[in-house]
Design a protein around this ligand. Sequence first.
Ligand code: CTP
Length: 400
Amino acid sequence: MGIFSGKEIVLGVTGGIAAYKACEIVRELHKGSASVHVVLTASGAQFITPLTLQTLSKNPVVTDLFNLVSESEIGHISLAQRANLLLIAPATANIIGKIRNGIADDMLSTVVMATAAPVLIAPAMNSQMYASAAVRENVATLRERGFHFVEPDEGELACGTVGPGRLADVGKILEMGRIILSEKPLAGKRVVVSAGPTAEPMDPVRFLSNRASGKMGFAMARAARRLGAEVTLVSGPTALPDPHFLATVRVRTAEEMLGAVTREAEGADVVVMCAAVADFRPKKPSSRKIKKDGFGLKVELAPTPDILESLGRKKGSRLLVGFAAETDDLAQNAREKMRRKNLDAIVANDVSRIDIGFESDNNEVRIFFPDGEVMDLPLATKDGIAVGVWLALNGKLLRR
Ligand code: CTP
């Protein structure tokens, strides 16, 4: 079950060319099982029809404060009170100025003023307008008052100029919504998560690697961020884009990952090694492409550094958590790794099952602790498992 599930979200759509992107926002929220109520301003309705938004949201779209039918059925106060989150996307300079100055002359500005729910504003406008002193000051004041913003992206704008002003990526806006709606048990914690495989070069073309997709590690990093931690993700080569609102360091080899994780672990409260670090590397990588007959059917290997083991040797007060991908004797192997690497917990999953692990979007794990306690997290999405792992770690170790 995702974070939006069961949530009441009021989506304000104002008059800008990006209003069409509200459709995608509504669809995504709806897919996440949120109940979406769209408030469309008069100028917003010049760009997109209420019927479109009503069809997608499956709820009546409210456009007019003084419409007697809609006010009796779904009035501005009831919308303001029922909202778990009020999202305005796209937000024009006009609505931002009105909110800052306490003007409530239409449905959207009235709902904003009447709500106690968090308000997330995603501005979209011409770069010059966005850079204007009035907008800068309004945004800064609203931030101080606790309003949340997702800054616009840079790029080519509908007016022909290039610069900041384009509505932020919908995925980014939704991610900020998830962050806002999540509890924050990890607030104040600094977390490092590693993810993905490593790739050990043989020559400029070939490398030794493994099947890790990075999905579990990325989910662990995202979940920690949503739960309030300051997060750095150290990722080996994966096809996944950098997660929003956290720092991502990209590496390729085990040696590079050792360097990045060791550096980032300084001052961290928790290090979670989710990466499937290659255990061996070609001993003498060639700077030139090795010809087919140059291998002699043999590649000499050397061990890579064990990152967790090296962190475990100078642990300090930091918590160290490993992941173990096993095909046999899961409990025994996981416990042995936890002991050998001096870990505070190890999360184990059975990668011989095709419904979980590696490229799958789902997982099912057992968490082992040095005191013998074992926690089972049943089959769920990797996002769901990640939240479960963090809550388990927090309950048992971090809240000490
Ligand atoms: N790990 C690490 N550095 C390595 C290998 C593994 O930090 N060179 C970490 C992984 O990120 C994981 C944990 O150690 O958190 C267990 O990894 P796994 O590959 O299951 O264990 P190995 O020690 O490599 O043992 P084996 O391959 O024999 O199962």
